[in-house]
Design a binder for this molecule. Structure first.
Ligand SMILES: NC(=O)c1ccc[n+]([C@@H]2O[C@H](COP(=O)([O-])OP(=O)(O)OC[C@H]3O[C@@H](n4cnc5c(N)ncnc54)[C@H](O)[C@@H]3O)[C@@H](O)[C@H]2O)c1
Length: 371
């Protein structure tokens, strides 16, 4: 790409775009947010005003045709990811797409194949890979500092209340509930830290109806799970116990928690989202004690972000945009790519199959990453 400005289009301007994508891309030198697309015209006009961007469209095809961006970020509801990804690749764009990458494994395979055939960069927005504490934990595992890892315990607990979650609570729009929403992030980071999951045994529950909006209006009841849990056997022999719930209070200061605990033969270690710059470490036979995340793990190399600026629980997320832009500039694969989006979908579907059949299910090898 040389020194040429990278022109980025943002598609779907809701919560995650405003909190993560816009601030992430806006701070990178040599990146121009060249156009916006949002189906809701009022929302589009508001974002155009807030962000001072003239080119705005309610149809993504118009954005692609008129703005001709080099790259797009897709943060629309899950049901539209496939079509938008394929169209953007067809228009010659590099694509960063939100998770879950698609609604089913075949959709994600199609998206991965199309991205590889296009020669463009492709990335799945598994944001938690960029938490400093988790990056440090991964390095402790990779360097053998914890010894042989035996057990993993991964939890995402929070209480979102009992009113409607909008598109997120319908299978037709989201594909699944808590599993696709919070579970796929944890499948991805667990495999990144510990290697592939070989088989799973899951349970799911829809706890409440969510048939009222926040302001008390009646709405279609939800038809997806509020809670999901599974045991995983990793190919390495590690056992993992995962639990995620939208009606499950956590122990963090915001009433939720995101937690990954590893028990190794030499030491145990814990990552927690609410202390992103610190982990807990316990050499064998000693109690846990806080350990600051070393400087080199506080941000991705070269990232324009100051790790000490702003709320560290939010700002690490901006490194996702930096990774995407860096991969485009350097002509290398993004980490995580669509391969990882496809892989997380395969594990998620094995969990769903296990819930349906009440049996352990092996995770199929969908494709090798270098195929
Ligand atoms: N990586 C993360 O940490 C993270 C966090 C939150 C959400 N997400 C994912 O991001 C996506 C969006 O989630 P959100 O919370 O921002 O939802 P949201 O409802 O806040 O925003 C989605 C926006 O897309 C717009 N939209 C819908 N269909 C569209 C279309 N065809 N073309 C253009 N715009 C369209 C909606 O009007 C809405 O403004 C989902 O896939 C979700 O799973 C990821």
């Amino acid at each position: 790409m040389g020194d040429r400005t990278l022109r980025v289009g943002l598609i779907g301007l809701g919560g995650v775009c405003a909190a993560v994508h816009y601030p992430g891309f806006a701070r990178i030198p040599g990146v121009e947010i060249a156009g916006l697309c949002e189906a809701n015209a009022e929302q589009l006009a508001r974002r155009q005003r807030e962000w001072g961007i003239a080119a705005g469209f309610t149809d993504a095809q118009e954005l692609l045709k008129q703005v001709k961006p080099d790259a797009v970020v897709i943060s629309t509801p899950n049901v539209s990811h496939r079509e938008q990804v394929l169209r953007a690749l067809d228009a010659g764009c590099h694509v960063l797409c939100e998770k879950p990458l698609g609604m089913t494994v075949p959709e994600t395979v199609e998206m991965y194949d199309a991205a590889r055939a296009s020669g463009r960069r492709h990335m799945t927005a598994f944001t938690y890979r960029f938490v400093p504490g988790l990056t440090y934990l991964r390095s402790l595992v990779r360097t053998g500092a914890l010894g042989e890892i035996r057990h993993a315990r991964i939890q995402r607990l929070h209480d979102w209340g009992e009113s409607s979650l909008g598109w997120r609570q319908y299978k037709a729009m989201a594909g699944s509930g808590e599993l696709g929403d919070m579970g796929t992030h944890r499948i991805d980071y667990a495999e990144d830290v510990l290697g592939p999951i070989r088989s799973v045994c899951g349970a799911m529950k829809q706890v409440v109806l969510r048939d009222r909006t926040r302001d008390g209006q009646a709405c279609e009841p939800q038809d997806v799970e509020d809670w999901v849990a599974w045991i995983a056997e990793f190919a390495s022999g590690v056992t993992g116990v995962f639990e995620m719930g939208k009606l499950a209070k956590g122990r963090g200061p915001d009433g939720g928690h995101d937690f990954c605990e590893l028990n190794g033969s030499d030491a145990s270690a814990v990552y927690q989202l609410h202390t992103p710059h610190e982990i807990l470490l316990a050499p064998r036979g000693q109690p846990y004690a806080p350990r600051p995340v070393p400087e080199e793990f506080l941000k991705r190399p070269g990232s324009p972000r100051d790790p000490n600026e702003g709320d560290p629980i939010q700002t690490f997320r901006y490194d996702q945009a930096w990774e995407f832009v860096s991969a485009i500039r350097e002509g290398r694969e993004c980490e995580p790519s669509f391969y990882h989006g496809m892989r997380a979908q395969a594990v998620a579907e094995a969990i769903m199959e296990s819930v349906r059949s009440r049996q352990w299910v092996n995770v199929p090898t969908v494709k090798d990453s270098d195929e």
